[in-house]
Design a protein around this ligand. Sequence first.
Ligand code: NAP
Length: 282
Amino acid sequence: MGEIISGKKLSKEIREQVRLEVEALKVTYNAVPHLAVVLVGSDPASESYVKAKERACIKAGMKSTIILKDESLEEAELLSIIDKLNKDEGVHGVLVQLPLPKHIDENKVIDAIDFKKDVDGFHPLNIAYMHMGREAIYPATPSGIITMLKSTGIELKGKDAIIIGRSNIVGKPAAMLLMKEHCTVQIAHSRTLNLKEKCLQADIIVAAVGRANTVTEDMVKEGAVIIDVGVNRVDGKLVGDVDFDAIKEKASFITPVPGGVGPMTITSLLQNTVKTFKGLVE
Ligand code: NAP
């Protein structure tokens, strides 16, 4: 039976390290990293993500500000809020919770955030630097995936990895970061042919689709490492994209849902906020 990579446990350990680092930064700079989150509208999922981010920030000894705005907020007003946060020397991380209401152009908003404060790692400059293998702020979910893989102690170099999903926030950056770790990477998506055969070749499968049971036991090679990013509600229960119970018997390592990639995403956000702080003050 495969070993479960607990994102919950790993997160706890890393968040404690972050807290200690924040304490040390406070001594050195007489300041702590300050994350400002802008939430437009009242989508319940977004509200709960924003609250979870705030709780994690405070627990790590960082400062957190949430700017709540009504659904009707004009795009220009949001851009002006971002401009103020960019210019505020007391703010080190700026995050606009996505998705935004339809009348606001998300790309314009992402582009407007100072890339040095872009803790989500979605700004085109951070993405470009990541693709070039240069120092950058990496998106939180893929960063968490790499941290989880490294926590297993397996050698990533030379491994065949397949990422199922090609979104800008998970699939594509996860592929880049795995390539940076010297994996040989395939990216699959909804038009991919022979997904099963491709998965059977893989030492590492990252499922980031948003559809339960996309990866079944017959698609997995003995001893493969499975990272399940998906979050789906089936019969009121939270499940990932992979058939966990069957696959855990075959995999060498597997992440659960919940308690896997989810907590690691916020942990990576905290690490990114420390990184942007250091980039701005050092
Ligand atoms: P997304 O933007 O909807 O992308 C889904 C991807 O899956 C697309 O590239 C799509 O292909 C591909 N796909 C759809 N059906 C497929 C199929 N049958 N076979 C192969 N590929 C298929 O989703 P996302 O934002 O990347 O998120 C993916 C999942 O991860 C969601 O469940 C989301 O809730 C979860 N998530 C979790 C976290 C976390 O912290 N735990 C963070 C982010 C996302 P096309 O490009 O061809 O449409």
